[in-house]
Structure formats: C-alpha cells, structure tokens
Design a protein around this ligand. Sequence first.
Ligand SMILES: C[S@@+](CC[C@H](N)C(=O)[O-])C[C@H]1O[C@@H](n2cnc3c(N)ncnc32)[C@H](O)[C@@H]1O
Length: 428
Amino acid sequence: MSGTAAMGDAREDDAVRLQYETYPYPERDPADEARRLVVGSPSHLLEMNHYVFAGRRDFAAPFRALVAGGGTGDAAIMLAQQLADAGPGRVEGRVDYVDLSQASRAVAEARARARGLTNIAFHSLAIEDLPDSGLGPFDYVDCCGVLHHLADPAAGLRALAAVLADDGGMGLMLYGEYGRTGVYPVQDLLRRLGGDDPPAERVALARRLLADLPATNWLRRNPGLGDHLDGGDAGLYDLLLHPRDRAYRVMEVADLAAAAGLRLTAFVDPLRYDPEALVTDPRLRRRLAALPWIARCAAAEALAGNLRKHVFYLVKAGHPGPAVADPADGAAVPCWHQVDAAALVAGMGSGQPLSAQVDGLTLRAPLPPLAKAIAGRIDGHRPIAAIEAQVRDLNPALDAAAFARQFAELFRAFNGFGKLFLRVPPAP
Ligand SMILES: C[S@@+](CC[C@H](N)C(=O)[O-])C[C@H]1O[C@@H](n2cnc3c(N)ncnc32)[C@H](O)[C@@H]1O
C-alpha cells in the first residue's frame, strides 16, 4: 500500500471512530429491555442452528459466540438472552462482544445489566486484532453490518475465520449493491458539501438535502430505503454520511468468503434469492433452474434489484458434513418462527399460494394440496415423521414419496420467507 493510501485509510479510520462515538448504532435505550427483546437476523438461535449446525446443536451444552463489531448490543443481547433461556440450570452459553466504540459498548453493557445477563464479556478491540487477542476459538461468529466499513474487509473476514472453530459457523450482513441504488451519489455530494464539518452540522445539512431532493433522484425513488431515513440521527448518519462503506453483489460475497477459506451455506430469506419466485415464463424458469445455486442467487438479485442487505451464513471450506438442516430428515422438528401459527393455519385456503410484500415486491410461493393438514401439525415438538404418519392416516392414498414432495413444497414456501426452521433433537 502506498503512503498516501495508508494515510487515507488512517484518516477514514478516525472518522469511523468519531461517527460511532458520536452516534452509537443503532440508537437503543437500555430502559426498553424491560418491555421487549430485539430479535433479528442473522444469529437468532433457531435460524443459526438451521443454517450452520444442520439443526443439531444443543444450546444447553457449552457454546461460545463472538459478536464482532457489536455496536449497541442487538446481537449480543439476543444471543446471550437466548443462550441463558436455553440452558437454565445447565452450562450457560457465553458471548464475547468486541467493538472499538466506547459509547456503543456503554449502551450494550447497560442493556445487559438491565436484563441481568451475566454471560457476556465486553472487549474494546479491533476485529483485525482478534487473531492475537487470545479469544476463541468460537462455535459461532456474528458480524452484522461491519465488514463493509473496514479498510480491508477481506482481512477482517480472515481475522474472524482465524478465531472460528473448525466445525463452527458465522452469520454476516453486508450491504447489497442494487438495493442501495441512490445512496452513493448522495453520500458523495454530502461529502463534497460539508465533509469536514462537525457531525451535528453534517446531519442538519443531510436533512436539508433530503427535504429538497428532486423527484427523479434515485434515493428519493428507492422505496426500500424509507425505514433508514426514519431511523433518527444515527440511522441517517449510517446511511448517508458514513466515512467509509461499500456494497456487495452476490458473486462478490461468494468471492469474499472463498478468499477467507469459507463457504456460503445460505442467503436469507431464501425466497428472495430464488429467481423462480420472480419470473413466470416457463422457458426462462427452466434456464434459471439449470444454473448452479450461487448463480441462481445472483440472478434473483439482478432481477429483483431490491436487495439492500445480504444476510448469509458461512462455514469453513473444509467443514465436515452438511451445515444446513434437511427437510427430508424425518427426525427433524419443524418450528415456526415469529408467526401466529394458529391464525396462519386458520386462514389457509386450498390452492392459495403463500405471498408477502418484501421491500416493494410481492413474492409468491406455491403451497401443496395438503398444506393446511401439514401446517396444522407443526408445533415445534412433533418430528416430520410423526406429522407424516398422522397426515397419511387421514389420506390413505398418499404414499411416502408424495408426502415428502408436499412437505418439501410447504417447507420451501415458509422457510423461504424465514418463517419455518428445523431442529434435530439429540437422540434419547
Ligand atoms: C453499523 S454498526 C453495527 C452494529 C451491530 N453489529 C448491529 O448490527 O447492530 C458498526 C459497528 O462496528 C464497529 N466497528 C467498526 N470498525 C471496527 C473494527 N475495525 N473493529 C471492531 N469494531 C468496529 C463500530 O464501532 C460500530 O459499532
């Protein structure tokens, strides 16, 4: 690296630190812990177990998680609370939180105190220094919305891989390029108009510009970014005034992973990365279906154009065995995730596809003829084999292969929207 580039990196490093000391992200009030737990993706235990531990991880056994660039604590608090809940009276899973921002760490620590959580260790440390920190190895690493702000994201990911156990996994979020259409021209303009101003003045200038954007401006025309613009000063700063961020396409995510000796197990939610959910023309669908999985994901990204974040899971390239849970495994237990299952099943009509609006786009997935009978038996305890036995009892003409096809179709739909995962309980 040339001396000028290194000086540029150091100046940006300082600006990134100033941002997160001034505007800890996301804005959180520790008092809110009394009324709700913030849950999300990546790293919800159910989702993580499905995508990196093939659903087989027992969280009542020792478990070590790292939250890298933990900010104000969303992932660390969620993980620590879920691990504490998973193992009362047993060995409680532990979380190491790492961040450079003292202000963010203070908020995260206050949230942990508010919940009475004692299973988080807080460290003021750079991700790049993890390999020499003595921390790890970890069963799981969360790094959400951080690597795209580093001077060298590939080096950051290698540092995370260095502290990951060989059979462990990671959950990451990186910005998506197409869904952030409009962000970067406005970032550039605001940098030129007031890049050296103090943070509060930059926020005020950004708000004036937002209120005055011409109707054809791509940021104004991008329907997926509205939420961020309502997210307070920290959200506005993160979106439009960040000193350093970049966005990724699917193939760049795959290349980044491979360069760190890692492989992708899934993008979530899967239906958003499935081009067959996006086009109806049969010839097009056949061509798309023939592509390798990663090329299909890239095709969906190009078609939809609205992916502003990529949330994905990784394991080491030499990871032993399957990482993702298998809906063909009769021992697996399907579990609803953040749905009112009773209302969902009651509202299911025959022949109706499952559909939902996601960032301005309606996605649809077909459901099988016996969807209601199958979904009505999913209770987070009953294995697929037991559901099959009950459904086939009521439908004697249904053979095992036909049930498997119907279950797979139902699973693709609900898992595709992030509503259904599998766990495989330990054998008795
Ligand atoms: C956008 S915030 C994301 C916070 C959190 N992961 C979340 O999703 O809510 C980025 C965080 O990364 C931290 N960060 C940036 N560069 C870092 C580095 N090199 N090492 C550790 N933390 C870093 C910042 O201080 C900030 O708290």
